[in-house]
Write a protein that binds this ligand. Structure first.
Ligand code: PMP
Length: 376
């Protein structure tokens, strides 16, 4: 594999050179005024990216899984009830975390590639007493896009805190945290935010912060506790020195550059670019005879595609695509893992990247089909 291959998995993705340059700069003190300024600017810009002027942002060293657990650890106490709108692998993961933190979990499940109906979710919520409802905005295992706005409205109506896993959506899909009534949304740096892996990013709205303040027991994990991070983030936003745990200075400098690019592009334009790219690849999948996992077009993510292997083709296709210079991902959902592959198209992705990817997939399909059809 040479250095010029194209990374088209659903995260990490191809990053902008300016972001990588920031990552490679000399590491500053975490109390350096230049760093404090960059951190402060990043926190303010995150409110813009999440459309959440009323939320408190947290940026912590860790991956998306840490962000998931930060949400759970701060909101849930043993005995609380949680409803998981389950669209796949990452919904199962947050359910496991909720259980480990002592919550009683109810699932509303859909078949892989589908979303539970709003009626089913409302019926479950009507049972009452749910402190939190979790939604995976884009389930990366199936490329299913959940209707967050409608689900959040239901959660609010039934007085549950609405927690959105936006790891594969924020910076690519439409998300209006405040306007939609989302209480917590989180992501990780390596996807549509466009920064190498290593940052967990979480925004907590006023209801979530109030629920955290109203806890009767301390958060069991010190590293995840808002109580440790809130004063640090408030200080950094005011460009004042603070310390709880050493911040990943270079990653935050890189985040500042990437968020600058996001804000410059504009969130509406950025979402539109993802929609347009999804339309282009959607037409290409049809032309290539590749069937997406999500049957309903309205439930297809704009940040990645999950595609069944055509008849007679197996996971060797992923290797053949890599031989053509493009790295895509295999299946992830345990029920279907060997039957499909995934292509990321988010963040800094361009039409040139898309063309190269489609070309590589077409050539690889031809190569594996010829290899498995000796009579042809
Ligand atoms: N949630 C979703 C929807 C994801 O796609 C991922 C990562 N693929 C995660 C959570 C976990 O993030 P990480 O791998 O960075 O821990």
């Amino acid at each position: 594999m040479n250095e010029r291959n194209l990374l088209m998995i659903p995260g990490p993705i191809e990053f902008e050179p300016a972001v990588l340059r920031a990552l490679g700069e000399k590491t500053r003190s975490h109390l350096d005024p230049v760093f404090m300024k960059a951190f402060a600017r990043s926190l303010k810009r995150l409110r813009e990216v999440f459309a959440a002027p009323s939320a408190q942002p947290f940026v912590v060293a860790g991956s998306g899984t840490l962000a998931m657990e930060m949400a759970v650890a701060n909101l849930v106490q043993p005995g609380d009830r949680a409803l998981v709108v389950n669209t796949g692998y990452f919904s199962d993961r947050i359910a496991t975390m909720l259980e480990r933190h002592g919550a009683a979990v109810t699932h509303v499940r859909a078949e892989p590639g589908a979303v539970p109906s709003l009626d089913e979710v409302e019926r479950a919520l009507s049972g009452g007493g749910f402190k939190v409802m979790t939604v995976t905005h884009v389930d990366t295992s199936t490329a299913v896009l959940a209707p967050v706005q409608a689900l959040a409205a239901l959660g609010r109506k039934h007085d549950a805190l609405v927690v959105v896993d936006g790891v594969c959506s924020v910076g690519g899909e439409a998300l209006e945290m405040d306007a939609w009534g989302v209480d917590v949304a989180f992501t990780a740096s390596q996807k549509a935010l466009g920064v190498p892996p290593g940052l967990a990013v979480l925004l907590a709205g006023p209801r979530a912060m109030a629920a955290w303040k109203a806890r009767t027991r301390p958060v069991a994990s010190m590293y995840l506790d808002f109580a440790e991070w809130l004063p640090v983030h408030e200080a950094y936003e005011a460009e004042k020195p603070a310390y709880f745990a050493t911040p990943p200075v270079n990653l935050i400098m890189a985040l500042d550059v990437s968020l600058g690019q996001l804000v410059e592009e504009g969130m509406a334009a950025r979402v539109q670019r993802h929609v347009k790219i999804a339309e282009v690849v959607g037409r290409a999948w049809k032309a290539l005879g590749l069937e997406p996992l999500p049957k309903n077009e309205a439930h297809r993510a704009h940040t990645l595609s999950a595609l069944y292997y055509p008849a007679g083709v197996d996971a060797s296709l992923v290797k053949a695509i890599a031989q053509e210079g493009v790295v895509v991902a295999g299946g992830l959902h345990p029920a279907l893992k060997t039957k499909y592959f995934r292509v990321g198209h988010m963040g800094a992705v361009t039409m040139n990247d898309v063309s190269a990817t489609l070309g590589a997939i077409e050539r690889a399909l031809e190569a594996v089909t010829v290899a498995t059809s000796p009579g042809r």
